[in-house]
Structures are given as C-alpha cells and as structure tokens.
Design a protein around this ligand. Structure first.
Ligand code: TXA
Ligand code: MG
Length: 343
C-alpha cells in the first residue's frame, strides 16, 4: 500500500486526510499525548483494519476521538454531572473518559464492552482533521503492537509506512504519554491509566477519585483488568530495561555500580537519568528537569536506545509526585516490572 505522507499542513491537505477517513481508510494523526491511528468508529470493516495494521489483539478496545466536547452524546449516553464537569474543565486535553456507549458505536471498537472511551484532543491539527472527517474516529496509538507509543512523525513512519493510507506529520507530541483514562461509570471516578491529568486534578473537580489497583503492578495474563490494554507488555524496547528507584544519591550510586558490572562483560549500556552521570555509558539520555519533561522524552528515548543497539538500560526514577505516576507506570512496563529499590 502507498502511504501518503502529509507534511505540509494546509487546510486542503488536512481535508484530504478527513476524506480518507470518511471513505473507510486509515490515517495516522498527531495528538498532544502520542500519535494515533484512526478509522471511522461507525464502520466495523474500517476499524478491523486498524487491528490488522498494528498487529493488535482484538480484545483490546479503542478510544473514540471527537473534535468537540459538545458532541459527547453522539458516542456516549448517561453522561453524569461529574463527567460533564470533567469535560468542561479538561477538554480538549490529555484525557479519556469511560462512559456508557451509544448503540451506534461498533462492538469492534469497544471489544464487546458496554462502555466507550471518549477523548477530545487539544492538538489543533488533530481537531481540524477530526472536524473535517465529520465522524467519530476510533484510534489506538499509532505504533506496531508491542512497540513504544510514537511521539514523533518519524516513529509513525518507521512503524506504519506501507500499512496505512496516510500519515499526518506535525512535530513532537508535547505531553508524551497517553491520555489519563478515567472510568466515570462507577460511584468514584477511577483512574485506569495515569497521564497528564492527575489524581489531584480529578479530585479538584469531582471531590473524590482513586487509582485502579492494577496501575502500578504487573497484570497476570489470566486476570481481567478493567482496562484490557493493561495486561499486555507495552512500551517494551528490545533492550532490557531496569528501573532504579529511590533517593537520588542512592540511585546514582547503584546505577554506577550496575553499569560498571555490565561494561565488564562487554554489554552496551544506556542510562536514562536526570543528570549526565558520566560513568561511561554508551548512550546517556537526560530525563529532563521534572516529571513533565521526563514524560515528554520517555518513549522517544526508549526507541533511541534500540536504534543504538543498547543491550541494557538503567533508568533513574527519583522524583515521586502525582505527575510522576504516569512516568512510573510506563517505565515499569518497559522494564517488565524489573525495579530495584534503593535508599
Ligand atoms: O492518548 C491516548 O489515549 C492515545 C491517543 C492516540 O489518543 N490513544 C491510546 O490508545 O493510547 P491505545 O489504544 O494505545 O490505548 C487505549 C487504552 C487501552 O489500554 C484500552 O484497553 C483502554 O484504553 N480502553 C479503551 N476503551 C476502554 C473501555 N471502554 N473501558 C476500559 N478501557 C478501555
Ligand atoms: Mg497503545
């Protein structure tokens, strides 16, 4: 398949991408979290092609994207007062609400669930594209299944060129981790996947909120988590990743020790940490000055380590705050939960 690469973001080209969606095609598009791979949400056949292009298991439901919060009732019903308040405060933005689905949303999108994830991205190019398609757009992240989510056009091109109809290129995603998913169908708003909207943010609007218990631990394959995607090994680069967590000085000492050990047996070692520790890593990538910057660079760093044939990556996690939960969740997954705690 020839893939149309759209770099010139004119109204006309964005309309062209909208037309492809209307006709049942696949378009990869930018959002402020990560790039998405979209198809019209009311077409079984179009949605099935997403799973094919990504190599994604079909028991993992997709999020439905719309250009404007006022259209939420086109895809969801029984939208609670709390859900409306959340949309008022945080939409458009890095947020997905789990709501009761409308019957027009295909079972292929929701993997047979009675609920649907609804998201209104903030990215301007994305909203223009969604508006021009004129339909709700079902989309997962635009990576091959099992690869880190794409946060730059070159990641999408590497994974999906030749497998989709078009790719809209609009620079780096600013948030860098996927949207916060909040289940709004129960008594207490429950965060199923942490992201740019934090627990405190939700509490500030709804007065209460909690994390789903699965967020920071591994999911056994025979468990049935509320957010089906959580059971898959996501975000895993080819390199082995180890998270070193604890107080900064202790973490850095541990990384130095582990790095020297690996170097002695001839491994190529990567370090992802706040400051260049200059211990002779083959590739050092800075995790920035805070967890927001860490989130923004995490997925591209994981891809970079693979490009440079790194065997093992030591990742520092020393800044535990509510934004850091989103980073930690992705890091733990990348590491297959291999975490060393030091003090
Ligand atoms: O930021 C994002 O959310 C990006 C951009 C493209 O919007 N999308 C994204 O999609 O991360 P994806 O498919 O990679 O992750 C969607 C997650 C999966 O873990 C899936 O299980 C969960 O959302 N999900 C979707 N519908 C759900 C539902 N009805 N109930 C519970 N979880 C749901
Ligand atoms: Mg994904």
């Amino acid at each position: 398949m020839d893939t149309l690469i759209i770099k010139d973001l004119t109204e006309e080209n964005i309309k062209k991408a909208g037309e492809i969606i209307k006709k049942g095609g696949l378009v990869a598009f930018p959002t402020e979290t990560v790039y998405g791979l979209g198809a019209r949400a009311d077409s079984d056949e179009a949605v099935k092609n997403i799973y094919k292009a990504k190599g994604r298991p079909s028991d993992n439901p997709l999020i439905v994207h719309i250009a404007d919060a006022k259209d939420v009732e086109k895809v969801a019903c029984e939208v609670s007062e709390d859900a409306k308040k959340m949309l008022e405060k945080f939409a458009p933005g890095p947020l997905t609400l789990i709501l009761k689905k409308q019957s027009t949303i295909s079972d292929t999108v929701t993997a047979g669930l009675s609920t649907v994830g609804v998201r209104i991205p903030a990215c301007e190019v994305c909203r223009k594209f969604l508006a021009s398609s004129g339909v709700p757009v079902a989309a997962p992240s635009a990576n091959l299944s099992g690869k880190p989510s794409p946060t730059a056009p070159e990641h999408v091109i590497a994974d999906l060129s030749g497998r989709v109809d078009a790719i809209i290129c609009a620079g780096k995603s600013s948030v860098g981790v996927e949207s916060t998913i909040i289940d709004m169908t129960g008594d207490v708003p429950t965060i199923l996947r942490p992201g740019g909207i934090t627990l405190e943010d939700v509490i500030s609007v709804c007065g209460r909120a909690k994390y789903d218990e699965h967020i920071l631990r591994s999911i056994e394959m025979d468990e049935k988590p509320k957010c089906p995607g959580m059971k898959y090994k996501h975000y895993a680069p080819d390199a082995e990743v180890q998270v070193i967590e604890g107080k900064k000085e202790a973490v850095e000492k541990e990384i130095k020790m582990l790095l020297e050990k690996k170097k002695r047996i001839g491994k190529r070692v990567g370090v992802l940490a706040e400051e260049d520790m200059n211990f002779g890593a083959d590739l050092f990538i800075s995790s920035g000055k805070d967890n927001k910057e860490f989130a923004a660079c995490l997925f591209s760093a994981l891809r970079k380590f693979d490009e440079e044939n790194i065997d093992v990556v030591f990742a520092e996690f020393a800044r535990d705050d509510s934004y850091g939960v989103a980073v930690k969740n992705r890091l733990y997954k990348a590491a297959g939960n291999k975490v060393i705690y030091v003090d």
